[in-house]
Design a protein around this ligand. Sequence first.
Ligand SMILES: [Zn+2]
Length: 224
Amino acid sequence: MATQDGGSSRATSARHCTHGKPIKVPFAVTRATCAHCLRPARACLCGWATPTANRVEVLLLQHPLETGHAKNSLTLLRLSLARHAVAIGEAFAPALLQQLLDGPEPGKTQPVLLYPGAPDAPTFLPDPHGPPPRLVVLDATWRKSRKMLALNPALQALPRLSLSAPPPSQYLIRKAHKPGQLSTLEAVCHALAQLEGDAARYRPLLQAFDGFVAQQMAFRDTAD
Ligand SMILES: [Zn+2]
């Protein structure tokens, strides 16, 4: 198990992102790497960052195999969302996972897993009198996300939110991406829009993501 705060075998040093939270930076960062988004300078995506005041908190659980993926959409999400936490791992220690799911104020939010429903999994039903939802998202391939669910019973037990009528994805970069599947950024934006009843709040970030995708496609064409 590895979290953002430890567990990685790589040497790291602390820096601070714009949200004031410490992030880990490999010592091997070169001058050609953006110190903020940690991507190669020519592929820096800081210009696409779109400050977005999400009301529902987001917990992003990233599979370790996604962390080194240059085309992962999580970085742009992290640079943009006002209220979020990230942890990296596959099998989380139960006590740590509970802390992550509870958030800074246990009992003040209801963790809800963004994942397709299953017959044996409870479906999230908004309760105007209950605590507000805290959106839990697995950043992983479908195969790895199923493994994360299997390895973490606390995730299996969460009520699930499915996207109602998800729009077509703009995320055409990754070859493994199938029609009908959304990038993590798109899925999070649409889920937040659904939970908050405010699609307009997430439109600028989704548009910025389109720009980022176009930039990536241009790089790929250049490389070809
Ligand atoms: Zn950057």
